[in-house]
Design a protein around this ligand. Structure first.
Ligand code: ATP
Ligand code: MG
Ligand code: MG
Ligand code: MG
Length: 564
């Protein structure tokens, strides 16, 4: 490929809204462009990286016995009503109507569609197990799309679904996918870690997340230093691994019963300025601080407010609109709210910089009011975090825990019968008895993977692509394309390398060498071959390894043996 013909507009500066390095570099390297909030176009090089990830994912899915299908993006509301998720899923589900007034959504995930596909047609135990997957655009109307490809609204996901006759079979399918995921992320060349996870709004009985370790990750993982325990802190709290410890930590008990404390005392305990803590509390019409209960009633459309300073009082009732008016913050009902959502809500409503404090605030099985949880989270979650660090509760061995950040790139769930039961996906077993299929579902954020690779592999000059994800294997920099002999030699080298099966980007642009070197480092292809007049005179080219920065001079004669 010739750079002069390639649509890859590189930029000196990152866009103002780019906070994390992968977002900055993907835009600067001319790989993606934003259309609107959370929605991106992939330019040729960005698309090549995405395709490389897809290829690895496909190969490993097929190897593990999964079959590729392609389901529609537009899904009818009726299917979602069968499982109850039409009401439950909340605002992330983008809904619309057709000209006949029928309801639809853009698929954020495909459990309903895939279960509908099989039910009625898979009738016999002989047709099971089945494992199907697709690689497709998903749409989730994320409350706060950000970080470029990491948290988009429209993004690329591999989603797979397994159907088994019985529990043992379902466990086998789950295990096969778990192993396939390990192979995928190993092949992609990222440092990752599978962790125990909460099953969020997908539901189901157990699950693991695959985390790429990076400081910019939105998840916190509890990793034991002594045994192999690793869990998303979200999950650790829900499961009760980090249940409140009132005995060993008196300070926690203090804040766990906040009704006895003034706002000033709470602020002091948390070590945050009064202005911060006051912002996290609700005020009533008289300007007195009140804390919201974590339960709202969707049907009654009312919120029970509990007096923060006097827990014995009967809760007052207020409408979401009133609360919104009082607090000036967004209010809405949600299904089980994930920790990250809480963080984003806090960030959205410009509350205190609470991101570090909210670990463990997820109450997965209650319907919670966004605002309530967000407010409460500032206080409760801080306590949880302290508990983890203070108490060292590796739940398995009592060893010390580390709390690194991670990016969730994959998620495997054992669903059980959650969808097959409500949608009546049954089959006849060996004895002619009707049984419900046991399901699993398995997701990989293909576009998020591209971003996570960059989060882990970059330096001050730009991207240092792991070879399996790089848009091209190498770039040949022709320092003076106006000189025919130099361009000719560069082309010869390009052809030779392509002959070895490598993909090559030939920088034949009429630009100064300085610009070519800078762009080559920015784009971050693994190998740079520099072809210039001076070198050619001496019969050599310079080869640079982008990741190590190591430069070697190779003689033209030996190029083939040295480079191949
Ligand atoms: P998150 O916790 O980051 O919101 P999730 O748990 O909601 O993700 P899943 O339902 O498990 O996501 O979807 C499977 C995979 O899709 C995730 O593991 C992640 O890699 C990817 N993914 C989810 N949401 C997004 C998004 N908004 N942008 C890019 N990738 C995403
Ligand atoms: Mg999510
Ligand atoms: Mg998640
Ligand atoms: Mg998930």
């Amino acid at each position: 490929m010739r750079f002069s013909k390639l649509y890859a507009p590189t930029l000196k500066d990152a866009p103002a809204d780019a906070e994390v390095v992968s977002h900055k570099l993907l835009v600067r390297a001319g790989m993606i462009r934003k259309l609107t909030s959370g929605i991106y176009t992939y330019l040729p090089m960005g698309l090549r990286s995405l395709e490389k990830v897809k290829t690895i994912v496909r190969e490993e899915m097929e190897r593990a016995g999964a079959q590729e299908i392609f389901m529609p993006t537009v899904q009818p509301a009726d299917l979602w009503k069968e499982t109850g998720r039409w009401d439950f899923y909340g605002k992330e589900l983008l809904r619309f109507e057709d000209r006949h007034g029928r309801g639809y959504c853009l698929g954020p995930t495909h459990e309903e569609v895939v279960t509908d596909l099989l039910r009625g047609e898979v009738r016999s135990y002989r047709q099971l197990p089945l494992n199907v997957y697709q690689i497709q655009t998903k749409f989730r109307d994320e409350i706060r799309p950000r970080f470029g490809l990491m948290r988009g609204r429209e993004f690329m996901m591999k989603d797979g679904y397994s159907f088994d006759r019985d529990d043992a079979g379902a466990d086998e399918s789950y295990h096969a996918m778990y192993e396939a995921y390990k192979r995928i992320f190993t092949r992609l060349g990222v440092k990752f870690r599978p962790v125990e996870a909460d099953s969020g709004s997908i539901g189901g009985s157990f699950s693991h997340e695959f985390m790429v370790l990076a400081d910019t990750g939105e998840d916190t993982i509890a990793v034991c230093q002594s045994c192999d325990y690793a869990a998303n802190v979200e999950k650790a709290e829900v499961k009760g691994d980090f249940a409140p410890c009132t005995e060993s930590c008196a300070a926690m008990e203090e804040v766990a019963t906040p009704d006895k404390h003034t706002v000033e005392e709470v602020a002091e305990f948390l070590g945050v300025p009064l202005s911060a803590i006051v912002k996290t509390l609700l005020f009533n019409v008289d300007g007195e601080p009140v804390a919201a209960l974590v339960r709202g009633d969707r049907e009654l459309n009312e919120i029970k407010l509990k007096n923060y300073l006097n827990a014995d009082e009967e809760p007052e009732l207020a409408s979401p609109e009133q609360v919104q008016e009082w607090t000036g913050a967004p209010v809405g009902f949600a299904g089980p709210v994930g920790l990250k959502q809480v963080k984003r809500i806090i960030a959205d409503s410009e509350l205190m910089a609470a991101n570090d404090y909210v670990a463990g605030a997820n109450k997965a099985d209650t319907h919670v009011l966004h605002l309530d949880l967000a407010r409460d989270a500032n206080v409760e979650a801080f306590i949880d975090l302290r508990m983890i660090t203070d108490a060292d509760p590796c739940p398995h061995c009592g060893g010390a825990l580390e709390l690194p950040k991670g990016i969730e790139v994959g998620h495997v769930f054992k669903l059980g019968t959650k969808y097959s039961k409500s949608m009546n996906a049954t089959f006849l077993d060996e004895n002619g008895r009707e049984q419900v299929m046991i399901m699993g579902c398995y997701g990989i954020g293909v576009s998020r993977v591209v971003a996570s690779c960059i989060e882990q592999n970059h330096d001050d000059d730009g991207i240092c692509f792991p070879p399996p994800v790089a848009p091209y294997d190498a770039t040949v920099l022709c320092l003076d394309p106006r000189k025919e002999d130099i361009l000719g030699k560069a082309e010869e080298i390009e052809k030779m390398m392509e002959g070895w099966g490598m993909s090559v980007l030939l920088d034949d642009r009429q630009e100064r060498p300085g610009i070519k070197f800078k762009d080559a480092d920015l784009i971050g292809l693994p190998m740079q071959v520099v072809v210039g007049g001076k070198g050619l005179k001496n019969g050599i080219v310079e080869v640079k390894d982008r990741r190590t920065g190591e430069k070697t001079e190779l003689s033209l004669e030996n190029l083939e043996t040295e480079l191949k």
